[in-house]
Ligand binder design. Structure first.
Ligand code: MN3
Length: 241
């Protein structure tokens, strides 16, 4: 699909959107083994972590990672499956009384599933730096890698309540962009494909960092897997040009 076909097709790839298993997007991601959000039956599923729960020690402790992955991310997967079932039930019974409630829930749970899936692969246990096309685009769109880091860190630290800082690719403008996402689904720009996501929900850091979210974010910048972000940019560009 070239860029024009992509834009005409109206395929929206924002975090709040259901990705059908047959879409070019999810097919490409799963062929490249980046993300797998659904199982063979089309139900949402929790893919295995790309490493052991102690892999990110001491930057992220195993207990935090375990609770975060198994219960917070896992809970979102269960929630998204239930939301879909409840929407189907409402449709089958021609009773649309509660369908808006479950639709909002699906936006919340599925967006959580998408962002957490990306988050795990965005981390590694050693410092890396952006390179190649990603670095060139960072320099073009933000001035320098240091400026991007400052901007993304500040945006992540200053989220009101729970949420995410996100570096994404916006195909409509062919630029990198930063989002300050509240909860999992609010304050997106339609179309943005996330490349790097920073979880600043309290569950991501409270055991080890207590109330010091800023320290958590600064610490996280030491274990970002920029190669994964590069791979995500490559995929996004292939799909949208
Ligand atoms: Mn989380």
């Amino acid at each position: 699909m070239n860029r024009n076909e992509f834009l005409k097709s109206g395929l929206i790839l924002g975090g709040a959107t259901l990705l059908p298993t047959s879409s070019v997007f999810s097919q490409n991601l799963s062929e490249n083994k980046i993300d797998l959000l659904v199982d063979q039956d089309g139900n949402f599923s929790l893919m295995a972590l790309p490493y052991s729960e102690s892999f990110l020690e001491p930057f992220m402790d195993a207990e935090t990672l375990h609770l975060h992955y198994a219960f917070h991310h896992g809970g979102a997967v269960k929630g998204a499956n239930k939301d879909l079932q409840m929407i189907k039930k409402a449709m089958d019974e021609n009773n649309l009384e509660t369908v808006d409630y479950w639709t909002k829930k699906l936006s919340y749970h599925l967006s959580s599933h998408v962002l957490h899936t990306i988050f795990w692969t965005n981390l590694t246990n050693k410092p890396t730096n952006p390179s190649g096309d990603l670095l060139k685009r960072i320099e073009k769109d933000f001035g320098s890698y240091d400026k991007l880091k400052m901007y993304l860190a500040k945006t992540s630290k200053d989220v009101d309540g729970n949420g995410w800082g996100i570096l994404g690719y916006q195909p409509y403008t062919d630029k990198l962009t930063i989002l300050q996402c509240e909860n999992h689904e609010k304050l997106t720009q339609w179309g943005v494909i996330p490349l790097l996501v920073i979880d600043v929900w309290e569950h991501a850091y409270y055991l080890k960092f207590k109330n010091k979210r800023n320290d958590f974010v600064d610490n996280l910048f030491r274990i970002i897997n920029w190669d994964n972000a590069s791979q995500r940019l490559e995929t996004a560009l292939k799909l949208t040009r």
